[in-house]
Write a protein that binds this ligand. Structure first.
Ligand code: PRP
Length: 212
């Protein structure tokens, strides 16, 4: 059987993804969450797992370096890649929000906003739809700091528990898209390795049913 490469996002959802793959009978016996190893093979050697940064998963899949990717919808929306999104794995749930300081002018009254975000494309699309002109500032983390120090009026970021927003004295000004972990597939791979990819997707969907 041909080998498939799956790119998996390092970080907060990695353990859940590995455990879902195990339930789907795709097990990586040498995997350990604290390991620095980046490539793993299942026992049958039919699946190669590569661990990459979440923001890079779509690039691996779009270029064909990986046949399949498992990644948050936030990264898919930001990368806007030419790939298939074939399953919602229903974990890693959070949402995109606009947040700012208490007392920030309501968004529908804003004439122009400076928006800090790890997701500038998502922010631009959102405010374009609302006809609010913005200047975006791309940050790579600690985004909640931007309104506190006067760098930006608002942020566009993911909110899971809401703790980071609360502990930094910000408030949610608008809810945006709901996010969860998705399975994505390279278009050419899906055309040439249809049966193997479909088999893995079916196995993962069965694994999901065991989880809920
Ligand atoms: C993410 C996100 C928020 C936080 C939201 O940051 O950018 O800052 O998590 O989670 P919460 O609602 O549960 O507090 P991450 O932890 O990835 O760190 P970063 O600031 O380095 O991007």
């Amino acid at each position: 059987m041909e080998q498939l490469t799956i790119a998996l996002a390092k970080g907060r959802t990695a353990k859940q993804t590995i455990s879902l793959l195990e339930k789907a009978d795709i097990a990586f016996h040498d995997f350990h969450p604290d390991s620095r190893k980046l490539v793993f093979h299942n026992q049958e050697n039919t699946v190669k797992l590569v661990f990459v940064k979440a923001v890079d998963v779509c690039t691996y899949v779009e270029t064909g370096a990986a046949d399949i990717g498992i990644v948050g919808k936030d990264n898919i929306l930001e990368a806007n890649p030419d790939i298939y999104e074939l399953a919602d794995l229903k974990f890693g749930k959070c949402k995109f929000c606009v947040a700012g300081l208490h007392g920030q002018t309501p968004l529908d009254k804003a004439e122009h906003l400076t928006v800090a975000s790890k997701y500038p494309y998502v922010a631009e699309q959102y405010f374009k739809d609302k006809n609010i002109p913005i200047t975006t500032i791309k940050l790579n983390g600690s985004v909640e700091l931007a309104p506190l120090i006067g760098m930006a009026d608002v942020i566009v970021d993911i909110v899971e528990t809401g703790n980071t927003i609360r502990e930094n004295g910000l408030q949610i000004l608008a809810d945006m898209d709901h996010i969860s972990t998705r399975l994505v597939v390279n278009k050419a791979s899906f055309a040439t390795k249809t049966a193997s990819i479909q088999k893995i997707i079916d196995q993962i969907k069965n694994g999901l049913e065991c989880t809920v």
